[in-house]
Design a protein around this ligand. Structure first.
Ligand code: HEM
Length: 196
């Protein structure tokens, strides 16, 4: 992750990276504190949080205006993979709510939420390495961590190119930054609920 000194970087993706550095570190620590790799049952709680987060963003991933900016956006959503993972792990689907799904968002805000979801695919490569020990893989129980078609790095590059190219006024820029932090808070909320 980028150091906080990048707060005034000319690229929006780098600025979002910088302002979410702290929440990302905290979330990383929180994930580890719940010992998700101790057993498939514990890992299932983490998958449940991933499912709820992807469910929050389901409508954004299929939004026609956003899809005009990012052609493969609908294929990037992992709600279905997370749902199948939960079935593999024999864990019931957690009950979601409409708080984020029902929220009207501007383009900057929407892309900031998607930034967090797409960014989490980078960390997923590390998590995937822990799966064989649990008897799980990108085709069973950990499908949502699988390498995206075309590769992780390429997918991230294509996403940030769009994020960096759209024009936002100062207020929209501020809203995007607030949204990136809110996305980390939301994931944290799901994580705490699913491990409770
Ligand atoms: C819901 C959001 C996210 C979650 C749950 C998440 C979770 C994690 C976890 C648990 C790790 C540690 C993997 C390990 O060391 O075993 C990690 C690493 C990583 N994450 Fe995230 N992450 C999220 C968002 C992001 C975002 C937005 C970015 C990029 C902007 C990102 C980039 C990375 C990178 C590059 C790593 C590799 C290790 C490092 O350099 O720190 N993640 N992530």
């Amino acid at each position: 992750m980028t150091a906080p000194s990048q707060l005034s970087h000319p690229l929006r993706s780098q600025r979002l990276n910088a302002i979410t550095h702290e929440p990302h570190s905290r979330l990383d620590q929180l994930v580890k504190s719940h010992d998700p790799f101790a057993s498939p049952e514990r890992f299932a709680h983490f998958v449940a949080a991933q499912y709820l987060f992807q469910r929050d963003l389901q409508a954004l991933y299929s939004d026609p205006e956003l899809t005009r900016l990012i052609a493969d956006l609908p294929q990037r959503c992992r709600v279905e993979q997370a749902r199948l993972d939960l079935a593999d792990l024999q864990r019931d689907l957690p009950q979601g709510d409409e708080r984020i799904r029902g929220q009207a968002m501007g383009t900057g805000e929407a892309l900031a939420w998607l930034f967090v979801s797409e960014g989490s695919k980078l960390g997923a490569a590390f998590l995937l390495k822990r799966m064989p020990a649990l008897g799980l893989s990108e085709t069973f129980g950990a499908r949502h961590l699988a390498e995206p078609e075309g590769g992780r790095a390429q997918g991230w590059k294509a996403f940030t190119a769009v994020l960096d190219s759209i024009e936002l006024d100062a207020e929209q820029e501020r809203q995007a930054e607030v949204a990136a932090i809110a996305a980390f808070e939301r994931f944290t909320e799901h994580l705490e609920r699913c491990f409770a």
